[in-house]
Design a protein around this ligand. Structure first.
Ligand code: M6R
Length: 609
């Protein structure tokens, strides 16, 4: 994972560069560092911990101006998250600094060879190997040394390189890890993703696979790994990002939970006009959509749960066979996707390495690729044939909340669009679903109003040793999502299960110290859920039921209940269940004093496999 930020130009304040790096902190936050140069003066400072600490330690130096700089925020892959392993890494000889995002698969082999040549290593990282490898090729040109070194590297890497002998150049490399250059009046900004440069640059150069860029004060040169000079293609940056602020909320996660009615309304405003679904911007023709044979959906984490909800809805209404899998499995399976199949990749960031790899594999097999994504200029969007934008806005909390429900609403709408084209949904039913969909923001507000009550329930449940989340049908993925939310921010073991699977093992866990969250809106599987609840109660499990108001059968068995509005179309209930379970996870984590927005060991965007 990790975030790379850099600069080459006349000069900018170090504080501006640190702010740029902060915009990449979602990619990792266990250590960070900077190397910068101006007028024969080098600064190199590294810290374990977050960027705020580095900023504090830099103090008055933040006002100094620099003409070359490389910065890095790390998510540890090789080597502990300590200061020593933080980037930039400096070579043993020749004073070459490297920042790296990715994994060098053959680093041990290279290290052995470099040691034989007399290179010494201070760290456990694969990135230090890159610095020394470049140094081993260095004669008098940093770009030539980098070009020779990258041919020896196996794995994924985006690199920023600065040599003390040629400090007026920054060399940037992209190979299976994202990297781009923002073009501004003040110079060039190097970054792992677009939002990091939006406040600074007007144009962007997306580095492509196996490209090397050499940045100087007023010019850029671009080469392929084979040494061929390439044309530099600048694109205008059309997007403006709203600065991420907490707006009075204690945490970004809570703010983002509360933003859901608004961003869902925004999604409806974009894709549902006067009761008509509008996906006119899709580059997939009606003829193609009508003829789709199979649908494959892939994603990771929370986005995978959105995919799972979509499977139930799509199969029911379009009669198309839908297969879902996590991207990390999908990419290594021998799946057969063919021309008439649609491959859907879902991702908040659009930079998740496994999802990108699965997408590439599907493309090789000639499937059409549709992505559902929250970042317009992301790698996923650029690799797809067509894409649906989820207007969630920047999601800063590592635990995904509003991105999930916007993915869901866009998927529901896309499914109905497809079903309309295929004529597989009766007009009246479609009307009923759309009417109910348009009321979802209103219903979500009703759940948000119960926050105090949910916080009180959370207090009672925070000491539980483990949580089981149970659901059936379209709310089985809701159970998976509820468990993921809770475990990632509170560190309490939590599992999501289809309730029908209880008797096949998980019921052995139940006793008075375990909590069971039962998702049981009044749908066609309600009676089955009611039986499951009784089985849990008989074994003294502590039950928290997610039910509709005026529930009579389940309530007597529940220790606590959270009410979600009863829908005329219960298949949409995951959009409401999600909000209740997000609030529950948030309050449990707060009771435990956990670090909610940046939980330990995680990063917002998983850009390595
Ligand atoms: O950016 P993406 O949607 O591709 O990210 C996928 C997962 O890494 C992400 O959903 C992760 O599981 C979240 N921490 C869940 O809250």
């Amino acid at each position: 994972m990790c975030g790379i930020f850099g600069y080459k130009g006349k000069e900018v304040k170090l504080s501006c560069l640190i702010e740029g790096l902060k915009r990449l902190e979602y990619r990792g936050y266990d250590s960070c560092g900077v190397v910068s140069y101006n007028l024969e003066k080098f600064l190199c400072q590294k810290n374990s911990g977050k960027i705020q600490k580095l900023k504090k330690d830099l103090g008055a130096k933040l006002n100094d101006k620099y003409s070359s700089a490389l910065l890095h925020t790390r998510w540890a892959t090789h080597g502990k998250p300590v200061k020593l392993n933080a980037h930039p890494h400096k070579s043993f000889k020749k004073n070459i600094y490297v920042v790296h995002n990715g994994i060098i698969e053959n680093h041990l082999d290279l290290k052995k060879k470099l040691k034989k040549k007399g290179y010494k290593f201070k760290t456990d990282t694969d990135s230090e190997v890159v610095a020394n490898l470049i140094a081993s090729f260095y004669k008098n040109s940093i770009e030539k040394a980098v070009a020779s070194a990258v041919k020896k590297l196996k794995g994924a890497f985006a690199l920023g390189v600065l040599s003390e002998s040629e400090p007026d150049k920054i060399v940037a490399v992209r190979h299976r890890s994202p990297l781009l250059i923002g073009v501004a009046d003040k110079g060039f900004f190097l970054a792992s993703d677009l939002p990091a440069v939006i406040p600074l640059a007007k144009e962007v150069i997306y580095l492509k696979e196996k490209q090397i860029a050499v940045l100087e004060e007023n010019k850029i040169k671009l080469y392929s790994f084979e040494g061929k000079k390439l044309r530099v293609k600048k694109e205008k940056i059309e997007i403006k990002t709203e600065e991420a602020k907490k707006k009075g909320f204690k945490h970004f996660m809570l703010k983002e939970i509360y933003e859901q009615p608004k961003v869902l309304q925004d999604s409806l405003d974009i894709y549902l006009k006067d009761s008509k679904i509008n996906f006119d911007q899709l580059k997939l023709t009606k003829k193609y959509l009508k003829g789709i044979k199979n649908i494959f959906i892939t994603a990771c984490g929370t986005a995978f749960h959105a995919a799972y909800v979509a499977k139930y809805f799509l199969e029911r209404h379009t009669k198309i066979k839908v297969e879902v899998d996590t991207s990390s499995e999908f990419r290594y399976r021998d799946f057969n996707v063919s021309k008439g199949d649609l491959f859907i990749a879902i991702s908040q960031s659009g930079e998740t390495a496994d999802t990108l790899a699965a997408l590439k594999k599907a493309k090789q097999q000639k499937a059409k690729v549709l992505s559902i994504c929250n970042v317009i200029g992301s790698s996923l969007v650029r690799e797809s044939d067509s894409f649906i934008y989820t207007p969630a806005g920047p999601e800063i909390g590592v635990a995904s909340t509003k991105a999930y429900t916007t993915q869901l609403i866009c998927l529901y709408l896309f499914c109905l669009h497809l079903a309309t084209i295929k004529n597989t949904v009766p007009k009246e039913e479609r009307k009923k679903i759309l009417k109910e969909l348009s009321k979802i923001p209103f219903y979500q507000r009703k759940i948000l109003k119960q926050n105090k009550k949910i916080a009180a329930i959370a207090k009672k449940f925070s000491k539980m040793g483990c949580f089981l989340f149970l659901g059936r049908g379209i709310n089985f993925p809701s159970a998976l999502e509820g468990a993921l939310k809770l475990k990632e921010i509170s560190y309490i073991p939590a599992e999501g299960y289809p309730a029908g699977e209880m008797k096949h093992g998980p019921i052995a866990l139940i006793d008075e110290y375990r909590a069971v969250v039962c998702i049981a809106p009044k749908d066609h599987l309600y009676e089955k859920m009611a039986s499951n609840l009784q089985e849990i109660k008989a074994r003294k499990g502590k039950i928290l039921a997610i039910i509709n108001p005026a529930d009579k059968e389940i309530l007597p068995f529940a220790d606590q209940a959270i009410y979600i509005p009863r829908l005329n179309y219960q298949e949409l209930s995951p959009l409401l269940v999600a909000v209740a379970l997000q609030l529950l996870a948030y309050s449990v984590a707060r009771n435990l004093g956990a670090e909610i927005d940046q939980p330990r060991n995680l990063a917002k965007s998983v850009t390595v496999e």
